[in-house]
Design a protein around this ligand. Structure first.
Ligand code: AMP
Ligand code: MG
Length: 394
C-alpha cells in the first residue's frame, strides 16, 4: 500500500475528486460562502458613463488654467443636460456623470469661486479624475466564474450586475464517524480511561468552513459489527470522514471493514507529522478518509487533505492551502525525514511567527492556544530566530 510525501498525497486527492454538480438557486443575501454554479456576465459597461472621481468642476482641459463661468451643477444620481463650452465650468460631485464637452475635473480644493466664476491655476490634463465608460469592465464579459467561492467582494459584484438570485452548487453532505471504545459523548463525565469526543466537533467545524454540510454519526465501537454498521450509514453521504482506528493496533479496524465494502485505497500513509497513518479511498462510489484519531493529527490532516475533497465535491474549481510566510522569533530543532506541522502563533504584526511548545498530537490545549502551524521540510533540522518559514493558518 502506498506511502506518499505530503505534496503527492495532496495532488492525489485533487486529481481524483470532482464536483457533485447539483445546482440550486438562492437569494443573493444567502450566497456568501457558497460556490457559484454558472458564470455571471456584465450586463453593461462599468462604469456605465464617464464618471467624476472627485468633487470639483468639470471643464475643457484646453482652457486650463484660467477663469470659468459656472453654468450649473451635477451630482451623483443627476444629469447635466447642457454642454460645457469654452471657459465654462459645471460644478460636479464624486460619482456624477461628466457633462458633454468637459474632459477634466478640477478638484474643489484647487479652485476659488467668486461672483459666479471659478478660478484655478491647475494645468490642463485631459481625462484627469474621470473614469471613462467601460474602463472597469465591458458588457458581456465574465463578472463572476462558475466554481468560484462567493466572497463579500463577489457579493458586491453580483449585486452590481443585478443578480438578485444566484445558481450555486448544493453543499456536499459529509458524514463524520469517530471510532473508539474510549470515546464518550461531550455531555458525559469521563472516567480516567475515557476521553470526550472532540474530533466529531472539530471536523464538523472544518467541514462547515470548507462549504460542506456536516452529518455527525454516533461513535463506532472498536468491534467489526459496530464499525460495519456505522460505515454502511456513512457511505450514504457524499463523503465519509472517519477518525481513529487507522493505526496498526489490534483494535484499528477501519481499513479491514472498508475493504469488506470493496474499497479502493489510493494511499494509507503520508510522510507527515502529525498524522502518518492516513487513509484515502473510495467505496460504493463515495470517497472516504480515515483520519488519525489523535486530535492534533485529525485537525491537521483534515486541513491538508480532506478540506480539498470537501471543496472540490462542492464545485470549487480549485482548492488551496491557507499559507503565509513569516520570520521566526525563536529557534527550535526537529528530527529530519518528515514534513512537520507544529503549533505556532502568527503575531499581530503579521510578519513574525513564534514556535510554541507542545506535547505532541494529543495536546489540544497547545493547538487551541496557537493560531497557525509552522511547516518544516524533511531535510531541515535546525531553525533559528530570524529564519523565514512557511506557515499554515488555522
Ligand atoms: P486511534 O487512532 O484510534 O488509535 O486514536 C488515537 C488516540 O486519539 C486515542 O487514544 C484517543 O486518545 C484519541 N482520540 C481518538 N478518537 C478521538 C475523538 N473522537 N475525540 C478525541 N480524541 C480521540
Ligand atoms: Mg481507536
Amino acid at each position: 500500500m502506498a506511502t506518499l510525501e505530503f505534496e503527492q498525497a495532496r495532488a492525489c486527492v485533487i486529481e481524483r475528486v470532482g464536483p457533485l454538480g447539483t445546482v440550486e438557486t438562492i437569494p443573493l443575501e444567502q450566497a456568501a460562502g457558497r460556490v457559484l454554479a454558472s458564470d455571471v456576465l456584465y450586463d453593461r459597461d462599468y462604469p456605465t458613463a464617464d464618471r467624476s472621481v472627485r468633487d470639483g468642476f468639470a471643464v475643457r482641459s484646453t482652457d486650463l488654467p484660467g477663469s470659468f463661468e459656472v453654468i450649473g451643477e451635477v451630482r451623483a444620481g443627476g444629469l447635466f443636460n447642457g454642454e460645457v463650452g469654452a471657459e465654462q465650468a459645471v460644478e460636479i460631485m464624486t460619482g456624477a456623470t461628466v457633462p458633454r464637452g468637459a474632459d477634466q475635473i478640477v478638484m474643489v480644493e484647487h479652485t476659488t469661486v467668486d461672483a459666479g466664476r471659478m478660478i484655478t491655476e491647475r494645468p490642463g490634463k485631459a481625462q484627469e479624475f474621470i473614469n471613462p465608460r467601460g474602463i472597469e469592465a465591458k458588457a458581456g464579459t465574465v463578472a463572476a466564474k462558475a466554481g468560484q467561492r462567493i466572497t463579500y467582494a463577489t457579493v458586491a459584484q453580483l449585486a452590481t450586475v443585478g443578480a438578485a438570485k444566484v445558481n450555486v452548487f448544493v453543499k456536499p453532505r459529509v458524514a463524520i464517524l469517530a471510532t473508539g471504545d474510549e470515546v464518550i459523548p461531550v455531555e458525559a463525565t469521563p472516567q480516567d480511561f475515557e476521553i470526550r469526543n472532540s474530533n466529531s466537533y472539530s471536523v464538523a467545524a472544518q467541514v462547515a468552513r470548507a462549504g460542506g454540510e456536516p452529518v455527525i454519526l454516533p461513535v463506532a465501537k472498536d468491534t467489526l459489527e459496530s464499525t460495519r454498521q456505522m460505515i454502511e450509514q456513512g457511505l450514504q453521504c457524499d463523503l465519509l470522514l472517519l477518525t481513529g482506528g487507522v493505526s496498526a493496533g489490534k483494535y484499528d479496524l477501519v481499513e479491514t471493514v472498508l475493504a469488506e465494502f470493496g474499497a479502493e485505497f489510493f494511499f494509507d500513509r503520508v510522510r507527515i507529522q502529525p498524522g502518518q497513518p492516513l487513509v484515502f479511498g473510495r467505496a460504493r462510489d463515495t470517497f472516504f478518509f480515515g483520519l488519525p484519531g489523535n486530535p492534533g493529527s485529525t485537525m491537521v490532516t483534515f486541513e491538508l487533505f480532506a478540506r480539498a475533497a470537501v471543496e472540490l465535491l462542492g464545485g470549487q474549481s480549485e482548492s488551496r492551502l491557507l499559507l503565509a510566510e513569516a520570520k521566526l522569533t525563536n529557534g527550535f530543532h526537529v528530527k529530519p525525514g518528515l514534513t512537520r506541522f507544529l503549533p505556532a502563533m502568527l503575531n499581530p504584526d503579521g510578519r513574525t511567527v513564534t514556535h510554541m511548545p507542545w506535547q505532541g498530537s494529543s495536546d489540544i490545549p497547545a493547538i487551541a492556544r496557537a493560531n497557525a502551524f509552522l511547516i518544516t521540510r524533511p531535510e531541515q533540522e535546525n531553525f533559528q530566530a530570524g529564519d523565514p518559514i512557511q506557515v499554515l493558518i488555522q
